[in-house]
Design a protein around this ligand. Structure first.
Ligand code: SAH
Length: 269
């Protein structure tokens, strides 16, 4: 397979972009490198004449761009996401150079998954909660005392690295045992919701604020990159834990009772 055929698997996701001109310049940057899928999350102003002016002919990218309220919707269908950030963040994700990040992104695409490259707002960058939806953070190694590139220029750097990688003839070999599709971002989101509910049900937090532990757990599962079958097993375990918690609440005298129906039983594998 010609690696360039993988280009449609990549999307550039711009989050809370303030200046429509940057959206246009980003579209141009993508288009010059052979990428045309753009997803916009809560843009301050779009569509806009300024965006079209700076797209310099890449209007097809703007016309096809998806507009979403939430990052999770911009990531729908993706099994791998790289978050671009000028600053080191407290989320403790692996920090990669664009070249390293692109190599991982390409490996994910070679397994058949869709890949997102996620860029933050011009002033504030990506929030920790947004980075926590990514599998790794990419920092363009700019100088410490002036580290922030213009948004569209950061898009250009990544698109260029990606193009170089796709022009090379070395495609990472997909792991042979990977017969089950990787879980995508919406499936992971459903899992985190279920996990959060279950931790409430089993009274795990004991009055502590759940945000930090949920970010840590996200990091753990993002690192593991579970496939769809593994996610079904995890849902099954959570459902059983919820069922046991319910039984314990309704019959405190016999908390170890095994009566009751098996809801949402995990696959036996
Ligand atoms: N102060 C912000 C900078 C925002 S610039 C921050 O700390 O991230 C807008 C976006 O461009 C950033 O959110 C990021 O996605 C991208 N960007 C700019 N400079 C970058 C760099 N050196 N490395 C990686 N991404 C960068």
């Amino acid at each position: 397979m010609n690696p360039l055929e993988l280009a449609p698997l990549f999307r550039f996701v711009l989050v809370r972009t303030s200046h429509p001109g940057n959206i246009g310049s980003a579209a141009r940057a993508m288009r010059t490198m052979g990428f045309s899928r753009m997803e916009l999350v809560a843009p301050h102003q779009f569509p806009d004449r300024e965006a079209n002016a700076l797209a310099a002919g890449a209007d097809d990218v703007l016309e096809a761009a998806g507009v979403h309220a939430e990052l999770v919707d911009g990531l729908a269908g993706c099994s791998f996401a790289l978050g671009l950030s000028a600053r080191r963040r407290g989320v403790n994700l692996p920090e990669l150079t664009p070249r390293e990040g692109v190599a991982q992104a390409l490996a994910a695409a070679a397994r058949g998954g869709q890949v997102a490259l996620v860029f933050g707002n011009e002033r504030t960058g990506l929030e920790n909660e947004e980075l926590a939806r990514c599998h790794a953070m990419v920092r363009i190694p700019s100088v410490d005392d002036f580290s922030s590139l213009n948004l569209a220029q950061a898009v250009q750097v990544v698109a260029y690295e990606l193009r170089l990688a796709l022009l090379g003839d070395e495609l990472p070999a997909p792991p042979p045992e990977h017969d089950e599709p990787p879980a995508d971002a919406s499936q992971m989101e459903r899992f985190y919701t279920h996990l959060g509910q279950t931790l409430d049900d089993i009274e795990f937090h004991k009055g502590r604020e759940p945000t930090t532990i949920m970010l840590r757990l996200r990091k753990l599962f993002q690192r593991a990159q579970p496939d769809q079958r593994e996610l079904r097993v995890l849902h099954g375990i959570l459902a059983d834990a919820q069922r046991m918690a319910m039984l314990a609440r309704s019959a405190p005298a016999s908390p170890r009772s095994t009566e009751g129906s098996h809801v949402n039983q995990a696959e036996p594998d």
